[in-house]
Each structure stands twice: as C-alpha cells, then as structure tokens.
Design a protein around this ligand. Structure first.
Ligand SMILES: Cc1cc2nc3c(=O)[nH]c(=O)nc-3n(C[C@H](O)[C@H](O)[C@H](O)COP(=O)(O)OP(=O)(O)OC[C@H]3O[C@@H](n4cnc5c(N)ncnc54)[C@H](O)[C@@H]3O)c2cc1C
Length: 467
C-alpha cells in the first residue's frame, strides 16, 4: 500500500536538513570514505533527500554500529536516520510499539521496561536503531528460541527509489528483501514491532566453564533449549588441549519472585539501570593489544569465571551489553581500527568449525574474547545471516600482518562448508563467494533491479560486493 506521497509532491523542505561532506566509517573504523551527510527529521525531508541524492546515490544509516562499510557511500549521500526518533504509539496491553526508524533500542528500553515490555531481540549493543535492526536483520542471544529481529516486525514503512512510501508486511517479497537487505531496497521510516513481556529488569543467569571446543558444543547441544538466552565467550588464544575453552552464560528474564523482599530491586522491579564507565582512551599503546597482553587477559578472565553458578541476578546491561558501559571502546584499536569476522556454518559442519577455530588459535590472532553461539531456524530475509548451526564472531586488529590473506582463506573454508559471513560485520569479503553464501542473492538482485533501476540506493558494501 502506498501513502501516495511522491518525491514530486515535496517542496524545498530539504533546506532544513543538514548536508555536510564528512568522513564516514563503520564501527571497526576501517576504510573511511567521504559522503554528504543528510539528516532528515520528517517524511518530507526524507523524500526530498532521496530525490536529491545525485548520481552516486544514497544509503540510510542508523547509529553506525555495523562494523564494515554497509552504512557509508563514497562520493554520494548518507541519510542519517536518527532524526526520526519518535516513539509514536505503544500498545501496553497487546505488547507492540510503533516508532520512527531512528529510535534506538536503548531508548525503547527506557520507555518500555517500566511498562513491563522488552525488545524481542537485542544484539551485543543497545545503541542500534530500529532501522538498522531491520536492515541487518540482527540476531541476539535468543536466536535459537526467537529468531532474528524481523520475525517480530509486524510492518514497516519504506521509502523507495520512486519516492513512494509503502507499508510493507511480512510474507511479501519486499519485506523479505528488506529484512537483512542492508538498506538497499529503500529507507525504513517507521516500524511496528512486537514486544516481549517481562516482570523485572534483571536477568537470572547460569554460568559454567567448558574446557575445550568439544565440551562447549556438547553442552550447548544438550541444554541450550532450556534457556531463552545463551552465548559462550571463547578464548581463541588457547591452544592444545585447551583450544576452544569457554565460559557459557545463559539465562532468562528474572521473575518477580526471584527478587528478595525489602530490596531496592523488589521495590522497583522494572527500573532500567544501565551502568556507565569512563570513555575508553582514544590511544592505547600498540603493545597492549599484542598477543601476550590479550592472552593474559583471556587467561585471567577464564580463571575468574565460576566453574558453575546458577541463578545469579544480573542487570540487563551486564548480561546483554557489557561493552556499552565503556563509551567509544572501539577507539582502543587505534588508527588502524579492527575487523570483526563473523561466520556461521550449519549443523553437521562441526568439523569445519573445529578446523577454523584451530587455524585462528594457531595463527595467534590477538583477539579478546570471541563469541560462539548456536543459531536456531533460519529467517525469511533473503540476505538474512542466521541459519541453523554455529556462529563465531571475533575482533582482530586490522593492522595484523597478513590478515587479509588469512581471512580470505577462512572465507574459502566457510564457503566450502556452505556457511556464510555476516554482511553487517564485513568490510573485505570477495564478491565471487557471495552467491554461494547467500543462495537467494539472485532474487534480491532481481527485485532491486525492478524497484530501483537507477541504483539510487547504493553503499560502499553494495559496490564492493555487487549487490
Ligand atoms: C558492540 C556491538 C555488538 C554487536 N552485536 C551484534 C549481535 O549480537 N548481533 C547482530 O546481529 N549484530 C550485532 N552488531 C551489529 C549491529 O547490530 C548491526 O550492524 C546493526 O545493523 C547496527 O544498527 P545501526 O542502527 O547502527 O545501523 P548502521 O550500522 O548505521 O547501518 C547498518 C545497516 O542498516 C541499514 N539501515 C540503517 N538504518 C536504516 C533505515 N532507516 N532504513 C533502511 N536501512 C537502514 C544501513 O543502510 C546498513 O546497511 C553489533 C555491533 C556492535 C558495535
């Protein structure tokens, strides 16, 4: 359905928006490029910005938490959507919210938790927008139970290349192309999202250690179904018999009765209390990010974790978003920035996962705690990343000698195992591997060709990969 608003109907509203040429980069701070940044605050301004974006096209951007080059567009326009930041309506009985695409999950938590509702899916940071959550079809620690973000989206409004604003619902090609479509079908303006009921703002968390990769996978396979949220922090610098040693943290929203009578938590069970630490320094001596220090950190962290602990009450921010407590933590990697590498391989491909973990640990990549998770059913988005199986995500300083070639080899291994890398984290994948990783790429390209024949929506990622 179209609202009937077209680019031609819009007047000079764009004069109100800010349009500056700035350097734009992803969260990993690799490959910055210059673009005209436009910040629309109304539908009309958004339509005008798209209409006037010029021959190099434009791409929507949320809070820039994609690690790679998905939300940048060299020489063209970038639409900063954080100006569409209104929560329009909350159905506190039915558990849905209608909000602007620029609203962050942090803001939604502030507004919704006191009403007894939580976002259906949260990634490892709550500083992502609803538009970015749909654009990358993000997953969280509950993927094995709840799937990815778009599965909870009841509808969204999409501004397409022809200047029309369409209401898009699940089960349609445009929905499936946009969920995980990395902003390339248009600009999401608003979305209606189904919420998760909670009794408290605390989490009840079980922690246990796994001695190696086999032990870890056995534990996840045997007992993950008992938990709504599950993740393993894995030490990729450990070698030999310790290779893949990990700490599993799994849990659920704490019920009211888990909070002791007379405590502050019991008196205000739905209070949202994210912690905040001082900002990370913008420069950390290179040696501090070397193998020895990172290895020591990982070692201490593993030993500090309890062998087994159940029912610990944790703040949501501690459980879901530990890094959000340190503003600008991505700066500690210095000017070179860092690459986050995330891939998934299916069930039955455990040998490939083992080989990749072995290669990473042999290569001695100075990677702070990496994350291993077991995904549930795949999601309908044509370019959605999750598929049933195992996903591993790790950070690596971008200036590590030989990193490009090494990751190319890992890509080959992932592709050979019929797995895929996550586009929201990517800044370097070679285009020839894409079609085998994303089998519905052909449909995606065909829909784009029809909907946006002049490639109005373009990003550095789409140019690099030929999306
Ligand atoms: C610390 C950290 C932890 C993370 N953990 C996870 C995780 O656990 N799971 C996970 O899935 N991801 C994770 N991510 C990645 C992050 O969730 C995604 O990259 C997300 O898309 C970022 O949202 P954003 O608002 O910052 O969007 P941006 O990074 O600005 O953009 C991301 C993509 O969404 C598109 N987009 C943004 N807004 C719109 C819009 N209004 N309309 C259309 N398209 C739009 C952009 O074009 C781009 O392709 C993590 C990132 C960080 C920094």
């Amino acid at each position: 359905m179209s609202t009937g608003m077209s680019a031609d109907a819009v007047t000079d509203k764009v004069a109100d928006t800010v349009a500056d040429t700035v350097s734009v980069t992803g969260w990993g701070r690799t490959a910055p490029t210059a673009a005209r940044l436009v910040r629309p605050r109304t539908y009309e301004e958004a339509v005008a910005a798209v209409r006037e974006c010029g021959a190099r096209g434009g791409i929507a951007r949320g809070l820039g938490r994609a690690y790679g080059d998905a939300a940048q567009n060299a020489g063209g326009a970038v639409f900063d959507m954080t100006g569409l930041d209104r929560v329009h309506a909350i159905d506190a009985d039915g558990g849905t919210v209608l909000c602007g695409a620029g609203v962050s999950l942090h803001r939604l938590m502030e507004v919704l938790l006191p009403l007894g509702w939580f976002v259906p899916v949260t990634p490892g940071t709550r500083y992502v927008t609803v538009g970015g959550a749909i654009g990358a079809d993000i997953h969280g620690k509950n993927h094995h139970v709840s799937g990815s973000f778009a599965r909870h989206v009841l509808s969204f409004e999409l501004l397409t290349a022809d200047g029309e604003i369409r209401t898009v619902r699940p089960g349609t090609p445009l929905f499936d192309a946009t969920a995980g479509g990395m902003g390339l079908t248009g600009v999401i303006l608003t979305a209606t999202v189904r919420l998760e009921p909670v009794e408290t703002s605390l989490m009840s968390v079980d922690t246990e250690r796994a001695t190696d990769l086999d032990d870890l996978m056995a534990r996840l396979t045997a007992t993950d179904h008992r938990y709504r949220y599950s993740v393993a922090w894995i030490d990729l610098l450990a070698r030999g018999t310790s290779m893949g040693r990990s700490v599993l943290t799994r849990g659920d929203h704490a019920p009211l009765e888990a909070l002791a009578e007379g405590t502050r938590a019991r008196r205000a069970p739905l209070e949202f209390r994210p912690g905040r630490l001082p900002a990370a320094p913008s420069f950390v001596p290179e040696g501090l990010l070397g193998r020895t220090t990172v290895g020591l950190f990982n070692e201490l962290w593993y030993r500090k974790a309890p062998r087994a602990r159940t029912g610990e009450l944790q703040r949501m921010s501690t459980f879901f978003h530990p890094l959000d407590g340190v503003p600008h933590w991505n700066r500690v990697y210095g000017r070179g920035g860092f690459v986050q590498y995330q891939f998934v391989v299916g069930h039955g491909r455990e040998e490939a996962l083992g080989r990749i973990v072995h290669r990473i640990s042999q290569r001695r990549c100075p990677s702070f705690l990496a994350v291993l998770k077991r995904f549930g059913e795949g999601d309908p988005g044509w370019l959605s990343f999750p598929m049933p199986g195992w996903t591993l995500a790790l950070d690596i300083p971008a200036n590590l000698p030989g990193l490009g070639g090494f990751l190319d080899e890992l890509d080959e291994e992932v592709a050979a195992a019929e797995g895929r890398v996550y586009l929201a984290k990517d800044s370097r994948l070679r285009p020839e591997l894409l079609a085998s990783m994303y089998p519905r790429l052909g449909e995606f390209r065909a829909l784009r060709a029809e909907l946006d024949p002049r490639s109005v929506f373009t990003s550095d990622l789409s140019r690099r990969l030929g999306l």
